[in-house]
Write a protein that binds this ligand. Structure first.
Ligand code: SAM
Length: 272
């Protein structure tokens, strides 16, 4: 570690407090021989702990310098596959059953989570560390101003809960912000709730709803989807949603009702 010059652009804040590891392993319910994808193994602190549990670890690391270090430290391990790649471009289709356990690079935590959840080949479970603020956005309930597109993108596919907070002094170099470990469990068979609504429509409506966060939902939908005010009010009422609410006030169920009503009345098509 002494010789290694940390690359800020790759979110390299290495975990130095190993007391957090048992909590991560417990939340991930690691079983012998199961495949774990670890994004950003870094110097291998979590990788080692996963291997000690008997998991088969596929460690995807973008930084070539760290790949070399990791190979020296853990390369002999028969259960470890070290992959030199940008995890955002990693092809998930070849995987069978797998979990994701990682201390994510903070700067790309959201796109990484969405990549896994939106894939046709979702993980069974994700237990990941990320910036606390982002974790709190993911679990923000209706009425919380932190609730946004990321919240809904996770809720559409999975249940999420924060397992524990991790203070910034647990990392070297120390980041500016605290972290949290979050457990994300995709619903079986692509969403017991979400499956009645096409993802494309869901994200179109949610994005439109959040386009002007502080405005009332009917205003954002009208402006972004270019639909007549009366039609929007009518569809919101049919979905049992108060048009004066803001996007952050709506539950997943309400967004799904809204999408179903939009699809049923074919509002978007008639407007194109
Ligand atoms: N797992 C280590 C730990 O807990 O100490 C390192 C975690 S550090 C927060 C994030 C790691 O992700 C770094 O090793 C960094 O080089 C790597 N990384 C950053 N961007 C990446 C990407 N797009 N794909 C794969 N690895 C990436």
């Amino acid at each position: 570690m002494n010789m290694f010059k940390q690359k800020k652009s790759l979110g390299q804040n290495f975990l130095i407090n190993d007391k957090i590891l048992p909590e991560i392993l417990k939340a991930a319910e690691i079983k012998k021989d199961e495949v774990i994808i670890e994004v950003g193994p870094g110097l291998g602190i979590l990788t080692s702990a996963l291997l000690d549990k008997g998991a088969k670890v596929w460690a995807i690391e973008k930084d070539f310098e760290l790949i070399e270090t990791l190979k020296k430290a853990l390369g002999h391990h028969k259960n470890l596959k070290i992959i030199h790649q940008d995890a955002l471009f990693f092809d998930l289709s070849t995987l069978k059953k797998y979990k994701v356990v990682a201390n994510l690079p903070f700067n790309i935590a959201s796109p990484l989570i969405r990549k896994f959840l939106e894939s046709a080949n979702q993980p069974e479970l994700m237990v990941v560390m990320m910036q606390k603020e982002v974790a709190e956005k993911i679990v923000a309930q209706p009425g919380n101003s932190e609730r946004g597109i990321l919240t809904l993108a996770v809720e559409f596919y999975a249940d999420a809960e924060i397992i524990t907070d991790v203070p910034k002094i647990s990392f070297r170099p120390q980041p500016k912000v605290d972290a949290a470990v979050i457990k994300i469990k995709p619903y079986p068979h692509f969403g017991s709730e979400g499956k009645q609504v096409e993802p494309e429509l869901f994200f179109k409506i949610v994005k439109a709803g959040f386009s002007a966060k502080r405005r009332q939902i009917h205003n954002s939908l009208e402006a972004t989807l270019k639909i007549d005010k009366n039609v929007v009010i009518d569809i919101l009422k049919k979905s049992k949603i108060d048009p004066m609410l803001r996007a952050e006030d709506l539950s997943l169920k309400e967004w799904l009702n809204l999408c179903q009503a939009v699809a049923k009345d074919d509002i978007l098509k008639t407007n194109e």
